[in-house]
Every structure is written in C-alpha cells, then in structure tokens.
Design a protein around this ligand. Structure first.
Ligand SMILES: [Cu+2]
Length: 150
C-alpha cells in the first residue's frame, strides 16, 4: 500500500512535468529568419567607355560640362555643342582635331591614350580636360582691339 502511494505520487509528478513541457511555451521556428543585411561597398567608378561633353558657352573652363570629363583609356568622348555659336575642339596633345562643331552638332573622338587637355581653337579661353584631376585654368583672354583684357 505504501509503495502504491509513492508510485501514484511519482506518476502524478510525471504527468505534471509532461503537461508543463507540452505547454504553450513551445513555438515553431519563424519562417522569416533574421537576415543578415550585407551592405555592398561600391566604389564610385567615374570612368565609362564613353562620355558626352556638353559645350555650353564660349569662355573659360565652364564652357564644357562635365569638366574634367572622365572616360576609360581608349574611350570615346563626344562633344555636343549646346551653345549658339560654332566651336572647334582640338586635343592639346595634337592627337585629334574635331574640326568645327556647329550649334546643335556633335563630334566624337576615340582616345588614343588616357586623355589630356583640350581647347577650342576659336575661343582661346575655352579649355577642358579628359581624365584630369581638375579642369584646367583658363588662359587670359586675348587683347581686344583697344588692348584691354590681356
Ligand atoms: Cu569655342
């Protein structure tokens, strides 16, 4: 009789233990597991295989935009004349003479090297750079007929 009581008590404890184990505390794994967000480090690539330089004026290094223009070695640079007067772009190293570019027209040059400075033959202060660190400084304007501006 005594052993039967102990047995019953033990059984009762086992039932309580099972009940607590099977309680609502168990949760199924969430379908949406936490995701690790990996932020890709993107290096800004400023060089493309082609770039269009817009001609927007007749004076200084602001006449070209962007200036400097960034393009890969051997890339193509297109000069688009968005100004109202004709321009004549040449590369300073003599590797290309694009000739006259009328208003609204565009001409392209494929670089033979890494780039360099360029200018407008017609307007001497119009200077620009391909792949330079900064736009070149515009030279002093030519003297006018009265000897001013030089
Ligand atoms: Cu010009």
């Amino acid at each position: 009789m005594r052993s039967s009581l102990l047995l019953n008590a033990g059984l009762a404890l086992a039932v309580v233990a099972m009940a607590s184990c099977g309680g609502g505390s168990y949760s199924t794994p969430s379908a949406t597991a936490p995701t690790t967000t990996t932020t890709a480090v993107t290096t800004t690539t400023t060089t493309a295989t082609s770039v269009t330089v817009s001609i927007v004026g007749s004076t200084g290094n602001q006449a070209f935009t962007p200036n400097p223009a960034m393009v890969s070695d051997g890339g193509t640079v297109t000069f688009k004349n968005n100004d109202t007067t004709t321009h004549h772009v040449v590369l300073d190293d003599g590797s290309a003479d694009l000739g006259e570019i009328g208003p609204g027209a565009a001409k392209s040059v494929t670089l033979k090297g890494a780039g360099g400075n360029f200018h407008c033959v017609i307007h001497s202060t119009m200077v620009g750079s391909i792949n330079g660190a900064v736009a070149p400084t515009a030279p002093a304007p030519p003297c006018d007929v009265y000897g001013y501006g030089c």
